[in-house]
Design a protein around this ligand. Structure first.
Ligand code: SAM
Length: 293
């Protein structure tokens, strides 16, 4: 653990995160992002932010709070804050049973419906996509379903996250073997170029279907800008939100889905006590939520 000391008149002392400062920062983070930092995370927050205080030459967490609120560079400081507070853990082919349902049930059903309606537009939203593994996994699976016919479809996956750091990484599309640990070999061979440094780069053909950008899921006006989708993935994101924020977001997802569309949330997440607007659809190892109609 790094400690940050600054010189006061008589001595050198460690910068503390006092309760009042913690409450100020916690409420600020909550208002901005919907992420709720529990009392038990106070020291985690301190440890994660202390280096940033040092870089900015600030002497207390209160000063940092005012910096975030009023400094002319507050917008870019928010990106630092988001990078520090968010949990970005993800991987390719995360939660296999859900993805099997996506590939074997949901995609065929939606494509069939589109064909009947003489439509070729398919929109998927990967909300809280972190470093991009989820949207790249989805487009690879779509490729497998459609084969060469993919060219006849107008497909776009909107992939976004609060943190600009992770979006930059997603756009680069370069990954270590660790995050690809669940990726079948044939996908590695087909959709990646292995670099000299041992990392894997996503082929450009896949990238053209994905539009990456930053977006705050706690900001209604930003959500309004997102195109209506056929499928929304928001996995392992609402777990960090408080109930009121979850309820608002799930209702927003409902509004942003076409009738007959589906919502995927994380395996350990639930809509129980959050929303009844969706119809739960039960598959082996996965519950997917449908907007009926
Ligand atoms: C644990 S990752 C999940 C990544 C991916 N969906 C998956 O399941 O593997 C959670 C992501 O949610 C993002 N996130 C948290 N709060 C957010 C918000 N208010 N708006 C957008 N993204 C947010 C975080 O930055 C982080 O990258």
């Amino acid at each position: 653990m790094s400690s940050f000391f600054y010189k006061s008149k008589n001595n050198t002392r460690e910068v503390e995160l006092y309760d009042q400062e913690f409450f100020l920062l916690r409420d600020f983070i909550f208002q901005q992002t919907g992420i709720y930092i529990g009392d038990n995370k106070k020291y985690l927050l301190k440890n994660r932010l202390i280096n940033r205080l040092r870089e900015l030459n600030l002497n207390s967490f209160e000063e940092y709070y005012f910096f975030l609120k009023y400094d002319s560079s507050k917008q870019s400081e928010l990106n630092h804050l988001y990078a520090v507070i968010s949990t970005n853990e993800t991987s390719f082919f995360r939660n296999g049973p859900q993805l099997q349902v996506f590939q074997k049930n949901i995609i065929p059903e939606i494509l069939q419906k589109k064909k009947q309606q003489d439509q070729n537009k398919l929109r998927i939203w990967s909300a809280g996509c972190s470093t991009g593994e989820e949207p790249y996994t989805l487009i690879m699976m779509l490729y497998e379903v459609l084969g060469r016919q993919i060219k006849q479809w107008d497909i776009k996956i909107y992939a976004n996250d609060l943190s600009s750091n992770v979006i930059e990484k997603a756009e680069q599309g370069v990954y270590t073997s660790y995050t690809l640990r669940n990726t079948p070999q044939e996908y590695l061979d087909k959709y990646f170029a292995k670099q000299q440094d041992g990392k894997y780069k996503v082929i450009p053909e896949l990238k053209k279907y994905i539009s990456f950008s930053t977006l705050n899921l706690n900001n209604s006006s930003q959500i309004k800008q997102v195109e209506t989708s056929d499928i929304i993935f928001c996995r392992n994101v609402i777990i960090y939100f408080e109930d009121k924020v979850r309820i608002k977001l799930i209702n927003a997802f409902y509004d942003k889905l076409n009738y007959g569309g589906y919502l995927f949330i994380g395996h350990s997440e639930s809509l129980h006590n959050i929303s009844r607007v969706f119809k739960p659809c039960y598959y082996s190892g996965a519950i997917i939520y449908k907007k009926e109609g």
